[in-house]
Design a protein around this ligand. Structure first.
Ligand SMILES: NC(=O)c1ccc[n+]([C@@H]2O[C@H](COP(=O)([O-])OP(=O)(O)OC[C@H]3O[C@@H](n4cnc5c(N)ncnc54)[C@H](OP(=O)(O)O)[C@@H]3O)[C@@H](O)[C@H]2O)c1
Length: 297
């Protein structure tokens, strides 16, 4: 029997991984979902990744073949003031998992972010480009990457961006706004790539079945601004709403957003793995959500 332990299983990526794994797994493999919240039938194991003793005990007990870390402090603005907690969750948590995985010779898949880059470039960042995070979130995520590299041999670090899935995200926020507004203002001068959690989960499942350890970029294909992203969401969901483009200066946030954080999936492509164009993945997501009626508020 083979087992895959997922941390932060209640988050967007954790849920998407469950969907993909359930479609692809053979009957000899089990998923061990863990979260820091109350245990549920879906997620029966309590695990706070910042607790090194708990991480060691659970990993030693269950001896998973693969650990996928989907847990993170993802509230980018809150991280600016919640620095200690951000460091514990985004840096020390991955370190605990890396050490525990290494002790039983398990593979660790850890997820990181486009925010490790400063966003000053005008061309896509590859895995070899120099990181230079500008926010507490980005700094703690980069430290998490380094600690994983230092404490685990069989690691995959996958940097993603602009993620949406089952949970709180930009797509749902836009559609929620469309319910009671005739106009939304959306930033037109930050560039990135909207990425479906399902597409990222598929890439993770592809990688975890290889021995090609290292750092990867994993985003959908193409480039968009938040304005273009919002416009496409409304078009696909057939919502009548005016989208007004604004500048970053017109929408100040506690954490500085990278101006340009398009990632090139250079290493995935070298393995002949291609993620979908962002508009195709978004269409699939919206169709699926409309089917399950979860986009109405
Ligand atoms: N969302 C994005 O746009 C984005 C962009 C780039 C990279 N990423 C990265 O992608 C990964 C997945 O993101 P996501 O959007 O799926 O995140 P998410 O929906 O915010 O889920 C994160 C999960 O981590 C859990 N968690 C937080 N602290 C924990 C702890 N100490 N121990 C155990 N679990 C803990 C949270 O639990 P609670 O439910 O209890 O809070 C939550 O379920 C993260 O590594 C993130 O940094 C995300």
């Amino acid at each position: 029997m083979k087992s895959i332990l997922i941390t932060g299983a209640n988050g967007q990526l954790g849920r998407a991984l469950n969907t993909v794994l359930k479609e692809q797994l053979d009957s000899d493999t089990i998923i061990l979902n863990t979260s820091r919240g109350e245990p549920t039938a879906y997620c029966p194991i309590l695990l706070d990744i910042t607790n090194p003793v708990a991480v060691t005990n659970i990993v030693q007990d269950l001896k998973p073949d693969i650990i996928i870390n989907c847990a993170a402090h993802t509230a980018v603005d809150l991280c600016e003031t919640d620095k200690e907690r951000a460091y514990e969750i985004n840096a020390l948590g991955p370190k605990n998992l890396a050490a525990a995985a290494n002790a039983i010779d398990a593979k660790l898949i850890h997820v990181s972010t486009d925010y490790v880059f400063d966003g000053e470039r005008k061309t896509p960042y590859t895995e070899e480009d120099q990181a230079n995070p500008q926010t507490v979130y980005g700094q703690t995520k980069l430290e998490g990457e380094r600690l994983v590299q230092n404490h685990c041999e069989k690691y995959f670090i996958i940097r993603t961006a602009w993620l949406y899935g089952e949970g709180k995200n930009f797509v749902k926020t836009m559609l929620q706004l469309a319910e009671n507004h005739t106009e939304v203002r959306v930033i037109r001068d930050q560039f990135g790539t909207p990425t479906s959690a399902l597409e990222l989960a598929k890439a993770i499942v592809f990688l975890m079945n290889t021995e090609n350890y290292g750092i990867y970029h994993g985003t959908c294909e193409g480039i968009a601004t938040w304005y273009e992203f919002a416009t496409e969401v409304f078009r696909l969901a057939k919502k009548e709403i005016t989208v007004k483009p604004i500048t970053t200066e017109e929408y100040p946030t506690p954490a500085k957003r990278p101006k340009y954080s398009v990632l090139e999936n250079k290493k995935l492509k070298a393995l002949n793995y291609y993620m979908k164009p962002w508009k195709d993945a978004l269409q699939e997501y919206i169709n699926m959500e409309l089917l399950h009626n979860t986009l109405s508020f």
